[in-house]
Design a protein. Sequence first.
Length: 189
Amino acid sequence: MEQRVNVKFCFKLGKTATETHEMLMKVYGVEAVSKKCVFEWFKRFRDGKEDVKDEPRSGRTPTSTTPDNIEGERRMLADDRRLSLRRIAEELKISLDSVSNIIHEHLQKRKMCARFVPHKLSDEQKQHRIETSGDFIDACDRNPQFLETIVTGDESWCYQYDPKTKRQSMEWCLSSSLSQKMSSDQIQD
């Protein structure tokens, strides 16, 4: 867009298309638009077209990659980072390719195998543990024999979700994340 504005500026100054392309090459180097492109824009300006934006193109407009679907996927992944593409596609009633495009291009996320490290708990997880401990105390107050039913051990952790395979433990996280081992508070939404 910036180069088109520069082409229009040079056109209004009375420069030729060749001179304009040479100036663009000096300023933008390899990023400069082609000579053919400069000539095409000069022709448009000579024909009286002033707008530097692209004209509407023929073909089907994208119907799946909408702000509503992008926000829907963002919310679904915030609720459950282990969702599969197929499940998201079924929920939003869009194609797998569209779901993949939204996740990778718009949300900048990728699937990563993440292991939960219990040493770094989020505030929400800490609160959950406090509530669970309170439930145990209440159960013990109601039934003194309750403690005899609890099995404990050193370095043992029980999770609500215990993945059986590496694939089940994969979660959606930002593409810029590199670490394979991370605590749940490090996995960004």
